[in-house]
Design a binder for this molecule. Structure first.
Ligand SMILES: Cc1cc2nc3c(=O)[nH]c(=O)nc-3n(C[C@H](O)[C@H](O)[C@H](O)COP(=O)(O)O)c2cc1C
Length: 173
């Protein structure tokens, strides 16, 4: 199966590529599955309804069997760029599974919980385990990602759950 590791932030100086690379490194140990970075910034999506939609985004979401959202917290919520990316596709998300990896000063868990509400509306089944990285302890100077080994178990649980549910949902698509 093919999974997308979706980088939600588009901010200059963002840390999401570091978090995504770490998740990909862990995920690539799973044989028989493909994991790719899907960077929202590279799709240059118009703010929904204000420009020509980028069909490449819809194609990419459609071709993937499951998703790992790399989610950042801004003002106690998910980033506007990730919300816009979620809104910019519709049937392409349906009947897939997803996991959320979040980060922020409190692990980004408020953003993660908001994303669960949105995923329910997009018919995406979100798995329980949410690896949540803390800006104060998992980063140096809040900018260099230095995750400790203590997070490995959580990331592996997340991958187990995501692969299992993605396999199950593939049977109904
Ligand atoms: C506009 C803005 C608001 C933020 N608000 C929060 C917040 O409410 N809670 C939190 O934990 N971190 C907050 N942060 C810190 C971000 O989570 C942190 O900068 C993180 O690195 C953002 O992800 P990014 O670097 O991939 O863009 C905020 C950052 C910005 C830029």
């Amino acid at each position: 199966m093919k999974f997308g590791i979706i980088l939600g932030s588009t901010r200059e100086g963002r840390v999401s590529p570091q978090v995504g690379a770490y998740i990909k490194e862990m995920a690539d140990k799973r044989e028989g599955h493909e994991f790719e970075i899907v960077d929202v910034k590279e799709f240059n999506l118009p703010f929904m309804g204000t420009g020509t939609p980028n069909e490449n985004w819809n194609k990419k979401i459609d071709e993937l069997d499951g998703y790992i959202f790399v989610a950042q917290e801004y003002n106690h919520g998910l980033s506007a760029s990730l919300k816009n990316a979620l809104d910019s596709a519709r049937p392409e998300w349906f009947n897939k599974a997803a996991a959320i990896v979040s980060y922020g000063s409190g692990g980004g868990i408020r953003a993660a919980e908001q994303i669960r509400l949105i995923l329910a509306e997009q018919k995406v089944a979100d798995v329980r385990t949410n690896p949540a990285f803390n800006l104060f302890t998992d980063f140096e100077n809040m900018s260099l990602f230095t995750p400790g080994d203590h997070m490995h178990a959580g990331v592996n649980d997340m991958l187990d759950e995501l692969i299992l549910w993605s396999e199950a949902l593939k049977t109904i698509r």
